[in-house]
Design a protein around this ligand. Structure first.
Ligand code: LMR
Length: 394
């Protein structure tokens, strides 16, 4: 049996993590995988998570199964965090999932079950695992233009033109905030135009929101998702707690499916729970419980928001520093987009050859499409990166 298996293509982001680990150079810099690191290069357990874990240890009396959809209190708390009441709760079906990726996977499967003909429109570029999962599920996929490498911003005209191909029942995958991998985001007015187009043809939005709180703030980063949710009859939303709660390995996410009216919600809910049962049965609970405790306790929530804000501002500071260092060294404003981007990532616009040169000659690891994780930098390494970018001839 196993002799029939073919080698699978390596995930580019995870392969880069391995290559970095094996590099013996002391001065190497890891700007690869999307994991937050502080100035010391550490991914800390957030203070509110530590406190919640202590409290949970005291009060938890069982590790028995939760429901197939996870703890309903987790769904309620996350729905409030992401949507803040813009959609009636009884229109929203929701299940806890293993991380944001689990929510994305379940969303795709739900689309396929509901409408096998549906094509999923994805931004070019998008998070590579979106494409990989869609391919694995054999789902028809269409790319829409997204990034303008000349300006480092969104190619909005290209995007709107490509969405002219939409047919009723197609799905448009949008990043709620902090676009991965580019860092370039639609304005709210542009989101509105996309919504109008989807509604015109009867296409369904799916939002992946994995970095709420990493861009402009918790509410600001959810504004586009809320706009879409209140403007469209049906919406899928995959939310991750990995980054904004720093609980990557706990695998904590939520899939929400908004139906046109509340009478459809029980069947939608049943289908999402069914999908959980088929794929992994009960979702992980530890991270979800910590998130619920934090979101529903004033003191824990305040502590979490304070630290999340520190994280966000530190990344913004690094963006400003990198943009100004590149302005100085290149004697031009052509890298100023780095300061305009939001979230963990920026796509610098370097060719794959230059990305490889930066790695080989300077020990700096970025994804092959020149995506950098801003949080992999600190005040000392920003000038090193800027220098390397200019030295390789970018
Ligand atoms: C990333 O894009 O680096 C993160 O979302 C981590 C991952 O799983 O790829």
């Amino acid at each position: 049996m196993f002799s029939n298996l073919k080698p699978q293509p390596a995930d580019k982001i995870l392969a880069l993590m391995a290559a970095y680990r094996e590099d013996p150079r002391d001065q190497k810099i890891d700007l690869g995988v999307g994991v937050y690191k502080n100035a010391e290069g550490v991914t800390p357990v957030m203070r509110a998570i530590k406190t919640a874990e202590k409290q949970l240890w005291e009060v938890e009396t069982t590790k028995s199964y939760t429901g197939l959809a996870g703890d309903p209190a987790f769904a309620d708390a996350m729905i409030k965090l992401v949507l803040d009441g813009v959609v009636a709760r009884d229109r929203i079906a929701a299940v806890a999932t293993p991380g944001g990726t689990g929510a994305v996977r379940q969303a795709f499967e739900c689309i396929r079950m509901a409408n096998p003909e549906a094509r999923v429109f994805v931004s070019n570029p998008t998070w590579p695992n979106h494409l990989s999962i869609l391919k694995f599920l054999n789902m028809p996929t269409v790319e829409y233009r997204y990034f303008d490498s000349e300006t480092g911003g969104v190619d909005f005209d290209g995007l709107m033109e490509d969405l002219n191909q939409l047919k009723a029942g197609d799905v448009v995958l949008l990043h709620g905030c902090c676009h991965n991998p580019t860092g370039a985001n639609l304005t709210l007015d542009q989101f509105q135009a996309v919504v109008d187009k989807m509604n015109e043809v009867g296409a369904v939005p799916m939002i992946d929101i994995a970095y709420q709180g990493f861009g402009d703030g918790l509410d600001e980063d959810a504004a586009a998702t809320r706009l879409v949710a209140k403007s469209c009859p049906e919406v899928l939303i995959a939310a991750s707690c990995s980054k904004n709660f720093g609980i990557y390995r706990e695998r904590t996410g939520l899939l929400m499916a908004i139906s046109e009216n509340a009478s459809l919600t029980p069947v939608t809910q049943g289908n999402l729970a069914f999908l959980n049962r088929q794929n992994f049965s009960f979702p992980p609970d530890h991270g979800a419980r910590l998130v619920t405790m934090i979101l529903t306790d004033d003191a824990l929530r305040a502590e979490w928001q304070t630290e999340l804000e520190e994280v966000r501002l530190s990344m913004l500071g690094l963006r400003e520093q990198l943009a100004s260092e590149l302005r100085r060294l290149s004697n031009s404003d052509r890298f100023d987009f780095v300061a305009r981007h939001r979230g963990m990532f920026s796509r610098l616009g370097l060719s794959p050859e230059l990305v490889e040169k930066v790695r080989a000659e300077h020990g700096i690891y970025m994804v092959g499409d020149s995506r950098i994780n801003i949080a992999g930098l600190n005040a000392q390494t920003v000038p090193v990166l800027a220098d390397a970018i200019i030295k390789v001839g970018a």
